[in-house]
Ligand binder design. Sequence first.
Ligand SMILES: Cc1cc2nc3c(=O)[nH]c(=O)nc-3n(C[C@H](O)[C@H](O)[C@H](O)COP(=O)(O)OP(=O)(O)OC[C@H]3O[C@@H](n4cnc5c(N)ncnc54)[C@H](O)[C@@H]3O)c2cc1C
Length: 443
Amino acid sequence: MSLWLSNVDDDLTPRAPLESDLDVDVAIVGAGYTGLWTAYYLTEIQPSVRVAILEAEFAGYGASGRNGGWCSALFPQSLSALSHRYGQSAALSVHRALQSTVDEVGRVASVEGIDCHYAKGGTIVLVRNQAQWTRARAAVAETPGLSLLGAAEARAICGATSVLGATYTPDCAAIHPARLVRGLARVVARRGVRIYEGTRATYLTRGAVHTAHARVRAPIVVRATEGYTARLPGYRRALAPIYSLMTATEPLPAAAWDAIGLRRRETFSDYRHLIIYGQRTADDRLAFGGRGAPYHLGSAVRPSFDRVPAVHRSLADTVRELFPVLGDVAFTHTWGGPLGVARDWAASVGLSGGLAWAGGYVGDGVGTSNLAGRTLAHLITATDSELTRLPWVGHRSRRWEPEPARWLAINAALRVMAHADTVEARTGRPSQQAAALHRLLGN
Ligand SMILES: Cc1cc2nc3c(=O)[nH]c(=O)nc-3n(C[C@H](O)[C@H](O)[C@H](O)COP(=O)(O)OP(=O)(O)OC[C@H]3O[C@@H](n4cnc5c(N)ncnc54)[C@H](O)[C@@H]3O)c2cc1C
């Protein structure tokens, strides 16, 4: 269990499974943020709409109950990659939509009484060697609202070691992710949305979702299965599940927080290639995560993959190196989960021939899934809006390579990123290999 699911404000008792055939207007597969936000906005627009959500485990079982709690305006593709593909104005429209999404999540949480510990303190991304400066300056040049901080300003926010500077954006809230997803499930259930837990969809067809025991007929079927998508027949090469792992400390004393800072619960990271991310929780723990866990052959997803002792040790070492004040503080929780990654690294949302989908958020799904849910609700109800004209709507990535090429390529890319960080820390020069890889990935 993630830290978040272990201390969430309900007991996770599963709702009843689907026992017999059902007819509804919209059938959603997956009760994470994507499925639940879609149901939420559908019922806003059409209170009488009949919606059923089928969830293999329980609401929030997936990444939505396990993530780093950055509700940000980040998108898997950089603004320059989006501009290159769609033009600058379209790219900026995605960025603006995501900026307002951060506030929208806070607004709904407040209106619906979901206490998800929302604190909009922004994000600080530290610069900790000369090579990282190059990426920080490039990010500031292309991103509206992102500012460059000198060493003293940066350290005043986040008292990590080796800080040369940082970038700061106000567009991020730290949240308790499981409180948000469990709260959303309660809200939509109160509105009459039927959530069937312990109910795995075995395959999807136009007009129906099939399970081992029953079938849900619906003119609109929504696939909201993100990192678990590859298990569904017909979608095995759609999204690769890449694992992100996390750890959390016990609550830290005030003296430790005096040294670390993060007084407004700013989320934090640095400009290394192999991503790390952290937040100060509402109960004063450090929750910290990163990539580096292996990709598994055949896009396999198993609970045993959530824990990789070497990666969890390395995360604890990294956070101790950032904040030596942690000393021998206990790490009380370790967990992980799969992200959904499209072959072209592009998130997308769409509706075609009665089948709707959203996903491919990589590590940026907390905010993006809200935008996706609103957009899907507009597409399904044929509501004309700016959201349905955003360039990610209807985008389709090419499929991943068949195995074992996919396994070889993804794990090689992870190794290149880790190696590039080591070389950059030693030489201070930006890694050409990593830059080439980013270009290849289109981000
Ligand atoms: C460790 C970690 C840290 C992360 N940190 C951040 C972060 O800080 N900020 C950020 O923006 N993003 C982060 N992410 C990504 C973010 O959590 C996800 O993008 C987001 O939660 C995706 O929501 P979702 O509803 O699409 O998918 P999920 O939450 O994964 O939900 C999919 C659901 O579908 C169910 N399901 C799958 N297949 C079936 C089936 N066949 N039948 C029925 N049900 C099915 C699953 O059980 C699951 O509950 C992180 C992810 C991880 C794993």
